[in-house]
Write a protein that binds this ligand. Structure first.
Ligand code: IMP
Length: 424
């Protein structure tokens, strides 16, 4: 009947999975629409931690169906590992998972090229997750990608893979001086993977629109964040997909008129992993303090995340390009020990205030204007109601809401499902 979308408003790792898990209780279908196994979505249920890379976290709800939409790049190895790991925890994926036949496949050679390019790029590296994401999307755009639908017909696969390897082996050997990929081994493993997933493969656009037309609810689960969007992020320090609302429509094929809410997930401070500009970043002991308080280490790569103060300009940008209808503010409990909190309220370049987040993502020479607010200096992890939060904490939430221009409807005060406060 209606679709809801959850997107990151910063540079990823905003705590989307936690909110998606909270919202999924009311949802029939949860859909990933972009990205791939570069994502690391952490959910804590009854004290148990689950980390998802490709499979929507909604799989934890036994009645929900999970969909990998056409916009996702599917890594067979990563998907199989995740499926196995869930099976060991008695979560059946097979009967409740649907995969688009139009999904592009991440080949092992995509990972090899990604890692090689990063390792040899010196100061020009992006800081990718080395999961082959950008290389796979590149091949998709070059029209030399392999799709899930190609795996179900041996002859089609043979023909398509042969063509792809002709081009990619030329690139591997002549451009990167790397060994060729052998056709037979890759063909066999892809054919086998195709057989495994065959019962799950569908025209997911048709499937989802049918569900919506019959009154079911759909939640679209964004990965990464607006600052990492290929068009609206800090290019070239971005991921290779549209993480934003447009990407959700293109990557799922749902009729956009079903989309009723767009929830932007904003962490109460900001983190970033990988290279690229970060105007409100804290350095040295200040950065280390926030990283340790927030346990800010990558769920996919284990890399320490860079940390800094809340950046209003970035979230306003996200509000605009996504059409946010509400914000869920996460990890506010992490700020409890601070005497004073800073909020980045605007950007200046050469002493002149910028009207908006720069559309070319170039943040060189930017200085940030800050506002300071008193902290609340008390533990809030146990609080269940907004009215029971300390006054200074409510003031911080209300000030962010005012500055971002979007109502804050959910506040998260801890990692568990129970640590979630809905605001009226
Ligand atoms: P790629 O997506 O692996 O190509 O990496 C491109 C950029 O996006 C790098 O800065 C990564 O650190 C970042 N990135 C990719 N996935 C995530 C994520 O799930 N959370 C945070 N950053 C991410």
């Amino acid at each position: 009947m209606s679709a809801a979308l959850v997107v990151g408003t910063q540079w990823g790792d905003e705590g989307k999975a936690k909110v998606i898990d909270y919202l999924s209780a009311q949802i029939d279908c949860i859909v990933r629409y972009q990205g791939g196994a570069n994502a690391g979505h952490t959910v804590v249920v009854d004290g148990e931690t689950y980390i998802f890379h490709l499979i929507p976290s909604g799989i934890l709800y036994p009645n929900a169906t999970c969909v990998i939409g056409n916009g996702v790049v599917l890594d067979p190895g990563a998907f199989s590992d995740e499926m196995e790991a869930l099976k060991k925890r008695n979560i059946d994926v097979m009967g409740r998972m649907v995969i688009s036949d139009a999904c592009h496949i991440v080949l092992p050679l995509h990972r090899i090229i990604d890692a090689h390019r990063e390792n040899s790029a010196g100061s020009k590296k992006i800081g990718t997750t080395k999961r082959g994401i950008g290389i796979c999307y590149g091949d998709k755009t070059m029209r030399i990608g392999l799709r899930v639908g190609d795996l179900s017909h041996a002859n089609k696969l043979r023909d398509r893979l042969g063509h792809i390897l002709e081009i990619k082996n030329h690139e591997l050997v002549n451009l990167y001086k790397l060994p060729e990929v052998s056709f037979n081994e890759l063909y066999d493993s892809l054919l086998k993977f195709g057989e495994t997933i065959r019962p799950m493969v569908k025209n997911t656009s048709f499937y989802l629109n049918e569900k919506l037309a019959s009154g079911k609810t759909v939640l679209l689960e964004g990965a990464q964040g607006t600052g990492l969007d290929i068009d609206f992020g800090t290019y070239p320090y971005v991921t290779s997909s549209n993480t934003t609302t447009g990407g959700a429509i293109a990557g799922s094929g749902i009729d956009f008129r079903y989309l009723k809410t767009v929830t932007g997930i904003s962490k109460a401070y900001v983190s970033r992993v990988g290279e690229g500009p970060f105007p409100t970043e804290l350095f040295g002991a200040d950065g280390d303090k926030l990283r340790e308080l927030g346990h800010e280490y990558g769920a996919t790569t284990g890399r320490p995340r860079r940390c800094g103060w809340f950046d209003v300009e970035l979230v306003r940008h996200a509000a605009r390009v996504n059409g946010l209808t509400e914000i869920a503010l996460t990890k506010i409990d992490v700020l409890s020990p601070y005497d004073t909190l800073k909020i980045g309220v605007g950007y200046k370049r050469d002493g002149v205030k910028l009207p908006a987040f720069p559309s070319d993502g170039d943040l060189d020479g930017i200085t940030v204007e800050y506002e300071e607010m008193p902290g609340w200096k008390s533990e809030i992890g146990h609080v269940l109601k907004y009215a029971d939060l300390p006054k200074a904490c409510c003031n911080y939430i209300k000030r962010l809401e005012e500055l971002c221009g979007v109502p804050i409807k959910i506040v998260s005060v801890g990692p568990g499902r129970e640590h979630t406060i809905a605001l009226a």
